[in-house]
Write a protein that binds this ligand. Structure first.
Ligand SMILES: [Zn+2]
Length: 115
């Protein structure tokens, strides 16, 4: 199934915000498209966690996503070659890869839609 809008921004956030209150939220529950779109718009890498002085992937995830879960999600994206970065918990260095951009360019949904 394809998403209707290529540039839907952080449209998944509303749903995510609802789920943020759910303690059983899993890595697979975090929409990946907002993360890829977020990274694609940056001209530098992003960190994770709740940094205020630099971009953080938290901004593209449901509010209050635990760092452990943020890293788990980023690790899953890295395994699939969609992002580059370090998930050990240091600073992250998250950047989108050509493969990640390809997902956005071709409007491919790479996970079952949660909508
Ligand atoms: Zn590291």
């Amino acid at each position: 199934m394809r998403f209707g809008s290529l540039f839907s921004g952080i449209g998944g956030l509303d749903l995510g915000l609802e789920r943020a209150g759910n303690p059983s939220v899993k890595t697979s529950d975090i929409p990946e498209r907002p993360i890829l779109e977020f990274l694609a718009k940056l001209d530098r890498w992003a960190t994770h966690g709740n940094a205020r002085s630099m971009p953080t992937v938290q901004d593209a995830m449901p509010e209050g996503t635990p760092i452990k879960l943020q890293l788990s999600k980023m690790r899953a994206l890295k395994k699939r070659g969609l992002v580059q970065g370090c998930y050990c918990g240091c600073r992250g260095d998250w950047e989108i890869t050509d493969a990640g951009r390809n997902v956005l360019t071709h409007n491919v949904s790479t996970m079952p839609t949660a909508l």
